[in-house]
Design a protein around this ligand. Structure first.
Ligand SMILES: O=C(O)C(=O)C[C@]1(C(=O)O)C=C[C@@H](O)C=C1
Length: 87
């Protein structure tokens, strides 16, 4: 019974991962367009004010205070990787 529950929960994780990766690919496609514009206009890739706004937004979107720190940490990594892709 427990083994079946574990497999079922992991199936749900796999489905959530499919959605997360699709959303990440979409986000990075957009980020690279931002990078192209920034490069053309000589604007710095790193924008600390915008990163702060994104972190505040995602913490709010999480809607669950107990997940806010984890969501912010993941998003900082997402943006760190975005900066590499923009170069
Ligand atoms: O919004 C921008 O200017 C971006 O370059 C995108 C992004 C992000 O991933 O959200 C990435 C790097 C910047 O430091 C800020 C935000």
């Amino acid at each position: 019974m427990k083994t079946r529950e574990l497999a079922a929960l992991r199936g749900q994780i796999d489905e959530a991962d499919r959605e997360l990766v699709a959303a990440l690919v979409k986000r990075y496609d957009i980020v690279r367009q931002v990078g192209t514009i920034k490069q053309a206009q000589g604007i710095a890739v790193y924008d600390p004010k915008r990163e702060g706004q994104v972190l505040d937004k995602v913490a709010r979107l999480a809607g669950r205070p107990e997940y806010a720190a984890a969501v912010k940490a993941v998003y900082q990594t997402i943006m760190d990787e975005a900066k590499k892709l923009e170069k």
